[in-house]
Design a protein around this ligand. Structure first.
Ligand code: ADP
Ligand code: GLC
Length: 471
């Protein structure tokens, strides 16, 4: 099948979080399984763009309301990522360094989607599936069906994957003029609560909806930032497919970011070496259990409770643990962590920012990974941690609940708790400190986790089945 993935992120071209990882990996494994998977995304001004050669694939023009714009689609010609990669260039809108966070994001991503659909409808053939990811691509199923100019794509099925339903891309109805000539009777397919809502529109218009874990799908019916009734109504066409991880990139035996490699057999020694390097870099004691947090410092991740939880743990269990935090996000949370470095020197350190290399070193060198997320559609961090023999400490929600088994259960290997609260996190840290003292138990858990199969190879077939069901 020819599958066109449309996304705002794709690792290593541009990544802000797990969406980038998924779109950088799934198509590669689909190609390995014999499909022709392609990715089309905006041409941001990232390092990857400048480091690689490109050929021009298509030049076109379109309208965003009254604004007439030209766009160019360039292609990476060597199949470097294991799939064909196309970037959409729109001067004045997409030629920026960052992926998101601009005031004109609605214009940027609407124009991007118009360019993608115009491009696809110019082809002589039609793709088998258009697979859209998150709200930045949420108008595409609507446009393929109800915009007169794209009538050629009307019968091409679209699949929409929800990586995060917290962000929906809402915009006022005044922006409906951006959508190219459309069937006005279908206004309801763009609307949710009197706004244009790309995520809701995709849920209504796509042939099938997938979420990135099973539990998250159930949660959306009770908690989805206003879309609960929609998910209840559309439940018949929704299903959960747990994300995989890219074992080529995330492998402690070959990881290009690590100085010291290890496998299941050598995990205890291997982690010790990585931990020693990390601890010496951050002034932490390698004899104590090392807890890390890696991620966006936002409410969804419950990063805001961590400063107090860590302080409280260090107060009640003095000299028994070290903490290292890598992340960026809300200013108050960044500030709260930065304020802790001096008073808790030797036990706590933080890097505020985004650092891919350091994240790999942390998965490899840590003993425990903290993920108290309030919302976690899938979560990749815990799966990376497991592959690197790091015990995940997670709140029981979404994909965390689907991937982590508490160490109290037979064959358990992680720590699970129920509330995103200081006391639950502190209690879980206490449980982790106790098990850390039992080196045999730690080794058993590490070896068990590292052998769990979260590979994309075993997930690709589930997507293929979804595609088959709508063709
Ligand atoms: P989300 O997409 O909601 O942020 P995921 O767990 O799916 O959460 O994916 C997060 C991805 O982003 C992981 O690959 C993680 O290692 C990476 N990541 C998050 N924050 C940082 C950071 N500050 N530096 C490096 N990598 C980060
Ligand atoms: C989103 C979710 C995260 C998920 C990722 C990849 O960013 O917040 O839980 O792992 O997408 O699907």
């Amino acid at each position: 099948m020819e599958i066109i993935h449309v996304s705002a992120e794709c690792y290593p071209v541009a990544k802000a979080g797990g969406l980038g990882d998924v779109v950088g990996a799934l198509p590669k494994y689909q190609c390995k399984a014999g499909h022709i998977a392609k990715v089309v995304m905006p041409m941001y001004r990232t390092k990857f763009l400048y480091d690689n050669e490109w050929t021009v694939d298509f030049k076109g023009s379109a309208n965003l309301g009254n604004w007439f714009f030209d766009f160019t689609i360039i292609k990476e010609p060597t199949n470097k990522l294991g799939f064909d990669l196309f970037l959409v260039d729109i001067n004045g809108l997409l030629d920026r360094q960052k992926i998101y966070g601009y005031d004109d994001d609605p214009e940027r991503f609407t124009a991007f989607q118009i360019a993608v659909v115009s491009w696809m409808s110019s082809w002589e053939h039609q793709p088998d599936i258009v697979h859209c990811h998150d709200h930045h691509t949420g108008f595409i199923p609507f446009m393929m069906q109800y915009c007169y100019d794209f009538a050629r794509l009307r019968n091409v099925p679209s699949i929409f994957t929800i990586h995060n339903a917290q962000y929906q891309g809402w915009m006022g109805w005044d922006k409906s003029r951006y959508i190219p000539r459309w069937d006005l009777w279908k206004r309801g397919m763009l609307d949710w609560a009197d706004s244009m809502n790309p995520l809701a529109s995709a849920v209504k218009c796509a042939a099938k909806i997938t979420t990135v874990s099973w539990s998250y799908l159930n949660e959306l019916r009770v908690n989805s930032n206003g879309l609960e009734k929609l998910f209840e109504y559309e439940k018949g066409k929704c299903l959960g497919i747990l994300n995989g991880i890219d074992n080529d990139v995330w492998d402690p035996a070959t990881d290009k970011y690590l100085e010291s490699h290890f496998s299941v057999k050598t995990v205890t020694r291997g982690k010790q070496k990585n931990k020693a390097l990390l601890c010496s870099q951050f002034g932490l004691d390698p004899e104590k259990p090392l807890f890390v947090f890696i991620g966006r410092l936002v409410g969804e991740k419950a990063a805001d409770i961590l400063p107090d939880a860590i302080k409280s743990a260090l107060y009640h269990m003095p000299d028994q643990a070290c903490f290292l935090v890598l992340g960026s996000g809300e200013t108050q949370v960044e500030w709260a962590f930065q304020q802790m470095t001096e008073p808790y020197k030797g036990s706590f350190n933080t890097v505020i920012g985004y650092d891919e290399t350091l994240s790999h070193k942390m998965y490899a060198g840590a003993d425990f990974l903290l993920m108290p997320s309030r919302v976690e559609p899938c979560g990749l961090n815990q799966m990376y941690a497991m592959r690197y023999g790091t015990v995940p400490i997670v709140r029981s929600t979404g994909g965390l609940q689907d991937t982590v088994v508490d160490m109290g259960d037979p064959d358990g290997f992680g720590v699970r708790f129920n509330h995103a609260s200081v006391s639950d996190v502190e209690y879980s840290i206490g449980r982790a400190i106790s098990v850390y003292k039992d080196s045999e138990h730690m080794e058993k858990m590490r070896k068990h986790m590292m052998q769990i199969d979260h590979s994309w190879e075993s997930t690709v077939d589930q997507y293929t089945a979804v595609y088959e069901s709508v063709r």
